[in-house]
Design a protein around this ligand. Sequence first.
Ligand code: ADP
Ligand code: MG
Length: 315
Amino acid sequence: MATQSQPSPPSQLHEQRAATLVQALPYIQKFAGKTMIIKCGGAIMVDEAMRQSFADDVFLLHSVGIRPVLVHGGGPQITESLNRFGIQTQAIGGHRITDAATLEVVRMVLVGKINKDIVSALNRFGEHAVGLSGEDACLLKVTQRDEKLGFVGDVVGVNTDVLARLTDEGFIPVIASIGTDDNGQAHNINADLVAGELAAALQAEKLILLTDIDGLLTDVDNPQSRIPKISADELEEFIESGKAQGGMLPKLDAAKIAVEGGTVSAHLINGTQKHALVIEIFTDDGAGTMITKGNMGGGNIEGGNTGSGNIGSET
Ligand SMILES: Nc1ncnc2c1ncn2[C@@H]1O[C@H](COP(=O)(O)OP(=O)(O)O)[C@@H](O)[C@H]1O
Ligand SMILES: [Mg+2]
Protein backbone atom coordinates (compact mmCIF):
# COMPACT_ATOMS: atom_id res chain seq x y z
CA MET A 1 0.00 0.00 0.00
CA ALA A 2 1.43 3.39 -0.95
CA THR A 3 1.87 5.90 1.84
CA GLN A 4 1.08 9.55 1.22
CA SER A 5 3.33 12.16 2.74
CA GLN A 6 1.50 15.12 1.11
CA PRO A 7 -2.27 15.64 1.15
CA SER A 8 -3.73 14.89 -2.24
CA PRO A 9 -5.38 17.79 -4.14
CA PRO A 10 -8.93 16.60 -3.31
CA SER A 11 -8.19 16.53 0.43
CA GLN A 12 -6.65 20.01 0.21
CA LEU A 13 -9.85 21.14 -1.42
CA HIS A 14 -11.89 19.57 1.36
CA GLU A 15 -9.72 21.28 3.96
CA GLN A 16 -10.23 24.63 2.25
CA ARG A 17 -13.97 24.09 2.18
CA ALA A 18 -14.03 23.12 5.83
CA ALA A 19 -11.88 26.15 6.69
CA THR A 20 -14.32 28.41 4.85
CA LEU A 21 -17.22 26.99 6.84
CA VAL A 22 -15.34 27.36 10.11
CA GLN A 23 -14.40 30.95 9.23
CA ALA A 24 -18.09 31.68 8.68
CA LEU A 25 -19.12 30.41 12.12
CA PRO A 26 -18.65 33.62 14.17
CA TYR A 27 -20.61 35.55 11.53
CA ILE A 28 -23.38 32.95 11.52
CA GLN A 29 -23.61 33.17 15.32
CA LYS A 30 -23.55 36.96 15.30
CA PHE A 31 -26.19 37.42 12.64
CA ALA A 32 -28.68 34.63 13.45
CA GLY A 33 -32.10 36.19 14.03
CA LYS A 34 -31.04 39.58 12.59
CA THR A 35 -32.90 41.32 9.80
CA MET A 36 -31.00 42.31 6.67
CA ILE A 37 -32.49 44.40 3.91
CA ILE A 38 -31.06 43.40 0.58
CA LYS A 39 -31.68 45.46 -2.51
CA CYS A 40 -30.70 44.12 -5.89
CA GLY A 41 -30.34 46.33 -8.90
CA GLY A 42 -31.85 45.82 -12.30
CA ALA A 43 -28.63 44.71 -13.99
CA ILE A 44 -28.43 41.60 -11.78
CA MET A 45 -32.04 40.67 -12.38
CA VAL A 46 -31.72 40.70 -16.17
CA ASP A 47 -29.34 37.73 -16.20
CA GLU A 48 -31.01 34.47 -15.21
CA ALA A 49 -27.81 32.77 -14.01
CA MET A 50 -27.03 35.78 -11.79
CA ARG A 51 -30.58 35.77 -10.45
CA GLN A 52 -30.36 32.09 -9.54
CA SER A 53 -26.98 32.55 -7.91
CA PHE A 54 -28.30 35.54 -5.95
CA ALA A 55 -31.27 33.40 -4.82
CA ASP A 56 -28.83 30.67 -3.67
CA ASP A 57 -27.02 33.24 -1.53
CA VAL A 58 -30.24 34.62 -0.04
CA PHE A 59 -31.42 31.14 0.78
CA LEU A 60 -28.13 30.37 2.52
CA LEU A 61 -28.65 33.45 4.72
CA HIS A 62 -32.17 32.31 5.49
CA SER A 63 -30.98 28.79 6.30
CA VAL A 64 -28.60 30.01 9.00
CA GLY A 65 -31.31 32.03 10.73
CA ILE A 66 -30.85 35.49 9.17
CA ARG A 67 -34.09 37.24 8.22
CA PRO A 68 -33.61 38.57 4.69
CA VAL A 69 -36.05 41.16 3.35
CA LEU A 70 -35.54 41.76 -0.37
CA VAL A 71 -36.24 44.90 -2.35
CA HIS A 72 -35.72 45.03 -6.07
CA GLY A 73 -35.42 47.62 -8.76
CA GLY A 74 -35.88 47.04 -12.44
CA GLY A 75 -34.50 50.03 -14.30
CA PRO A 76 -33.19 48.30 -17.44
CA GLN A 77 -36.30 46.10 -17.83
CA ILE A 78 -38.65 49.06 -17.32
CA THR A 79 -36.75 51.13 -19.88
CA GLU A 80 -36.89 48.25 -22.36
CA SER A 81 -40.67 47.84 -21.93
CA LEU A 82 -41.25 51.60 -22.18
CA ASN A 83 -39.29 51.59 -25.44
CA ARG A 84 -41.42 48.74 -26.72
CA PHE A 85 -44.57 50.75 -25.95
CA GLY A 86 -43.01 53.81 -27.57
CA ILE A 87 -43.01 55.79 -24.29
CA GLN A 88 -40.14 58.25 -23.85
CA THR A 89 -38.39 58.11 -20.47
CA GLN A 90 -36.09 60.44 -18.59
CA ALA A 91 -34.59 60.61 -15.09
CA ILE A 92 -33.62 63.41 -12.73
CA GLY A 93 -31.10 62.60 -9.96
CA GLY A 94 -31.69 58.86 -10.29
CA HIS A 95 -35.52 59.19 -10.25
CA ARG A 96 -37.57 58.32 -13.32
CA ILE A 97 -40.08 60.95 -14.40
CA THR A 98 -43.33 58.99 -14.09
CA ASP A 99 -46.56 60.03 -15.82
CA ALA A 100 -49.70 57.85 -15.77
CA ALA A 101 -48.67 55.80 -18.82
CA THR A 102 -45.16 55.25 -17.44
CA LEU A 103 -46.55 54.25 -14.06
CA GLU A 104 -48.68 51.57 -15.69
CA VAL A 105 -45.61 50.01 -17.32
CA VAL A 106 -43.47 50.39 -14.17
CA ARG A 107 -46.09 48.56 -12.14
CA MET A 108 -46.53 45.86 -14.76
CA VAL A 109 -42.82 45.14 -15.06
CA LEU A 110 -41.90 45.48 -11.37
CA VAL A 111 -44.84 43.70 -9.79
CA GLY A 112 -45.88 41.34 -12.57
CA LYS A 113 -42.53 40.26 -13.95
CA ILE A 114 -39.41 40.98 -11.89
CA ASN A 115 -41.00 40.34 -8.50
CA LYS A 116 -42.27 36.95 -9.63
CA ASP A 117 -38.94 36.02 -11.26
CA ILE A 118 -37.18 36.54 -7.91
CA VAL A 119 -39.91 34.76 -5.94
CA SER A 120 -39.68 31.77 -8.31
CA ALA A 121 -35.89 31.67 -8.11
CA LEU A 122 -36.12 31.56 -4.29
CA ASN A 123 -38.93 29.05 -4.18
CA ARG A 124 -36.78 26.42 -5.90
CA PHE A 125 -35.75 25.68 -2.30
CA GLY A 126 -39.24 25.46 -0.78
CA GLU A 127 -42.23 27.63 -0.04
CA HIS A 128 -40.41 30.58 1.45
CA ALA A 129 -40.60 33.67 -0.71
CA VAL A 130 -43.65 35.94 -0.67
CA GLY A 131 -43.87 38.66 -3.30
CA LEU A 132 -45.34 41.98 -2.23
CA SER A 133 -45.62 45.43 -3.64
CA GLY A 134 -45.74 48.44 -1.35
CA GLU A 135 -49.44 48.57 -2.17
CA ASP A 136 -50.13 45.27 -0.37
CA ALA A 137 -51.35 45.84 3.19
CA CYS A 138 -50.33 49.49 2.67
CA LEU A 139 -46.76 48.33 3.19
CA LEU A 140 -45.30 51.57 1.80
CA LYS A 141 -47.15 54.87 2.35
CA VAL A 142 -45.87 57.73 0.21
CA THR A 143 -46.26 61.39 -0.61
CA GLN A 144 -45.36 62.89 -3.96
CA ARG A 145 -41.64 63.70 -4.08
CA ASP A 146 -41.70 66.55 -6.56
CA GLU A 147 -44.37 67.65 -9.01
CA LYS A 148 -41.77 67.67 -11.78
CA LEU A 149 -41.28 63.91 -11.32
CA GLY A 150 -44.98 63.02 -11.50
CA PHE A 151 -46.01 59.81 -9.72
CA VAL A 152 -42.77 59.39 -7.81
CA GLY A 153 -43.20 58.90 -4.09
CA ASP A 154 -41.18 59.42 -0.93
CA VAL A 155 -41.80 56.85 1.78
CA VAL A 156 -43.57 58.39 4.79
CA GLY A 157 -44.74 55.20 6.49
CA VAL A 158 -43.95 51.49 6.57
CA ASN A 159 -46.29 48.73 7.72
CA THR A 160 -43.58 46.92 9.68
CA ASP A 161 -46.16 44.60 11.25
CA VAL A 162 -46.80 42.68 8.04
CA LEU A 163 -43.05 42.20 7.46
CA ALA A 164 -42.40 41.16 11.06
CA ARG A 165 -45.18 38.60 10.87
CA LEU A 166 -43.86 37.16 7.63
CA THR A 167 -40.25 36.93 8.81
CA ASP A 168 -41.39 35.52 12.20
CA GLU A 169 -43.03 32.70 10.27
CA GLY A 170 -39.90 32.04 8.23
CA PHE A 171 -41.01 33.73 5.01
CA ILE A 172 -38.76 35.87 2.85
CA PRO A 173 -40.60 39.03 1.75
CA VAL A 174 -39.70 40.22 -1.76
CA ILE A 175 -40.82 43.81 -2.24
CA ALA A 176 -41.49 45.73 -5.45
CA SER A 177 -40.91 49.45 -4.97
CA ILE A 178 -44.40 50.85 -5.52
CA GLY A 179 -46.26 52.72 -2.78
CA THR A 180 -49.62 54.41 -2.30
CA ASP A 181 -50.55 57.87 -1.12
CA ASP A 182 -53.48 58.76 1.16
CA ASN A 183 -55.86 58.67 -1.81
CA GLY A 184 -54.78 55.19 -2.87
CA GLN A 185 -52.86 56.55 -5.85
CA ALA A 186 -49.88 54.34 -6.74
CA HIS A 187 -46.42 55.93 -7.00
CA ASN A 188 -43.11 54.69 -8.28
CA ILE A 189 -40.37 54.82 -5.62
CA ASN A 190 -36.65 54.50 -6.12
CA ALA A 191 -35.89 50.99 -4.81
CA ASP A 192 -32.71 52.08 -3.01
CA LEU A 193 -34.73 54.55 -0.94
CA VAL A 194 -37.34 51.89 -0.17
CA ALA A 195 -34.56 49.63 1.07
CA GLY A 196 -33.07 52.43 3.21
CA GLU A 197 -36.45 53.28 4.75
CA LEU A 198 -37.18 49.61 5.46
CA ALA A 199 -33.77 49.18 7.08
CA ALA A 200 -34.50 52.08 9.44
CA ALA A 201 -38.12 51.06 10.12
CA LEU A 202 -37.16 47.46 10.89
CA GLN A 203 -33.99 48.45 12.77
CA ALA A 204 -32.13 46.09 10.49
CA GLU A 205 -28.62 44.91 11.21
CA LYS A 206 -27.51 45.64 7.66
CA LEU A 207 -28.66 47.34 4.51
CA ILE A 208 -26.98 45.71 1.52
CA LEU A 209 -27.24 47.39 -1.86
CA LEU A 210 -26.15 45.10 -4.68
CA THR A 211 -25.30 47.02 -7.80
CA ASP A 212 -23.22 46.69 -10.97
CA ILE A 213 -20.12 48.52 -9.73
CA ASP A 214 -17.47 47.67 -7.10
CA GLY A 215 -18.64 50.26 -4.59
CA LEU A 216 -18.44 54.00 -4.14
CA LEU A 217 -15.64 55.39 -6.31
CA THR A 218 -14.00 58.79 -5.93
CA ASP A 219 -13.68 58.72 -9.71
CA VAL A 220 -16.43 56.74 -11.42
CA ASP A 221 -14.12 55.98 -14.35
CA ASN A 222 -11.37 54.55 -12.15
CA PRO A 223 -12.20 51.18 -10.56
CA GLN A 224 -9.09 51.53 -8.36
CA SER A 225 -10.61 54.54 -6.57
CA ARG A 226 -13.00 52.55 -4.35
CA ILE A 227 -13.72 53.93 -0.89
CA PRO A 228 -13.78 50.93 1.48
CA LYS A 229 -15.38 52.72 4.46
CA ILE A 230 -17.13 56.02 4.92
CA SER A 231 -19.24 57.60 7.66
CA ALA A 232 -22.62 59.23 7.10
CA ASP A 233 -21.09 62.70 7.74
CA GLU A 234 -18.30 62.11 5.25
CA LEU A 235 -20.91 60.87 2.82
CA GLU A 236 -22.67 64.22 3.03
CA GLU A 237 -19.43 65.95 1.94
CA PHE A 238 -18.96 63.39 -0.82
CA ILE A 239 -22.45 64.07 -2.18
CA GLU A 240 -21.84 67.82 -2.07
CA SER A 241 -18.55 67.37 -3.99
CA GLY A 242 -20.58 66.15 -6.99
CA LYS A 243 -18.52 62.96 -7.36
CA ALA A 244 -21.63 60.78 -7.19
CA GLN A 245 -24.07 60.98 -10.06
CA GLY A 246 -27.33 59.48 -11.28
CA GLY A 247 -28.23 56.11 -9.77
CA MET A 248 -25.53 56.38 -7.10
CA LEU A 249 -27.24 59.35 -5.42
CA PRO A 250 -30.30 57.51 -4.09
CA LYS A 251 -28.02 54.71 -2.89
CA LEU A 252 -26.04 57.15 -0.76
CA ASP A 253 -29.25 58.75 0.52
CA ALA A 254 -30.56 55.29 1.37
CA ALA A 255 -27.38 54.40 3.25
CA LYS A 256 -27.67 57.63 5.26
CA ILE A 257 -31.36 57.03 6.05
CA ALA A 258 -30.52 53.50 7.22
CA VAL A 259 -27.52 54.21 9.45
CA GLU A 260 -28.97 57.43 10.88
CA GLY A 261 -32.18 55.49 11.55
CA GLY A 262 -30.46 52.77 13.58
CA THR A 263 -29.14 50.24 11.08
CA VAL A 264 -25.65 49.17 12.11
CA SER A 265 -24.06 49.35 8.66
CA ALA A 266 -24.91 49.81 5.01
CA HIS A 267 -22.93 48.05 2.29
CA LEU A 268 -22.59 48.82 -1.36
CA ILE A 269 -21.32 45.78 -3.25
CA ASN A 270 -20.99 44.49 -6.79
CA GLY A 271 -23.79 41.97 -7.22
CA THR A 272 -22.55 40.92 -10.64
CA GLN A 273 -19.69 39.19 -8.86
CA LYS A 274 -20.72 35.62 -8.00
CA HIS A 275 -21.61 35.08 -4.33
CA ALA A 276 -20.88 38.72 -3.48
CA LEU A 277 -23.56 38.60 -0.79
CA VAL A 278 -22.20 35.53 1.00
CA ILE A 279 -18.63 36.80 0.77
CA GLU A 280 -19.67 40.14 2.27
CA ILE A 281 -21.59 38.66 5.18
CA PHE A 282 -19.70 35.51 6.10
CA THR A 283 -16.04 36.13 5.35
CA ASP A 284 -13.28 38.49 6.41
CA ASP A 285 -12.69 39.41 2.77
CA GLY A 286 -15.60 41.70 2.06
CA ALA A 287 -15.34 44.16 -0.79
CA GLY A 288 -17.35 47.22 -1.73
CA THR A 289 -18.05 50.22 0.47
CA MET A 290 -19.26 50.08 4.06
CA ILE A 291 -21.18 53.04 5.45
CA THR A 292 -21.65 53.55 9.18
CA LYS A 293 -23.10 56.36 11.25
CA GLY A 294 -19.84 57.51 12.76
CA ASN A 295 -16.18 56.80 12.19
CA MET A 296 -15.23 53.35 13.30
CA GLY A 297 -11.50 53.60 13.75
CA GLY A 298 -9.11 51.00 12.33
CA GLY A 299 -10.84 47.63 12.69
CA ASN A 300 -13.89 46.39 11.00
CA ILE A 301 -16.39 46.38 13.81
CA GLU A 302 -19.40 45.00 12.12
CA GLY A 303 -18.18 41.64 10.98
CA GLY A 304 -18.46 42.39 7.30
CA ASN A 305 -16.67 43.85 5.56
CA THR A 306 -14.20 45.83 3.66
CA GLY A 307 -11.27 43.54 3.40
CA SER A 308 -9.63 44.42 6.73
CA GLY A 309 -12.35 42.60 8.58
CA ASN A 310 -11.89 41.19 12.03
CA ILE A 311 -14.89 40.14 14.00
CA GLY A 312 -12.81 40.23 17.19
CA SER A 313 -12.32 44.00 17.00
CA GLU A 314 -15.94 44.73 17.68
CA THR A 315 -16.60 47.68 19.93
N1 ADP B 1 -19.02 57.98 -7.50
C1 ADP B 1 -19.60 56.90 -8.04
N2 ADP B 1 -19.17 55.66 -7.68
C2 ADP B 1 -19.73 54.54 -8.20
N3 ADP B 1 -20.75 54.56 -9.12
C3 ADP B 1 -21.23 55.75 -9.52
C4 ADP B 1 -20.68 56.97 -8.99
N4 ADP B 1 -21.37 58.00 -9.57
C5 ADP B 1 -22.25 57.46 -10.41
N5 ADP B 1 -22.21 56.10 -10.40
C6 ADP B 1 -23.05 55.22 -11.20
O1 ADP B 1 -24.08 54.62 -10.44
C7 ADP B 1 -24.42 53.39 -11.07
C8 ADP B 1 -25.25 52.51 -10.14
O2 ADP B 1 -26.59 52.99 -10.08
P1 ADP B 1 -27.75 52.35 -10.98
O3 ADP B 1 -27.31 52.38 -12.42
O4 ADP B 1 -29.00 53.04 -10.64
O5 ADP B 1 -27.71 50.81 -10.56
P2 ADP B 1 -28.81 49.89 -9.82
O6 ADP B 1 -29.54 49.19 -10.91
O7 ADP B 1 -27.95 48.96 -9.01
O8 ADP B 1 -29.67 50.79 -8.98
C9 ADP B 1 -23.07 52.82 -11.44
O9 ADP B 1 -23.15 51.86 -12.48
C10 ADP B 1 -22.29 54.07 -11.84
O10 ADP B 1 -22.32 54.27 -13.24
MG1 MG C 1 -30.76 52.54 -9.56
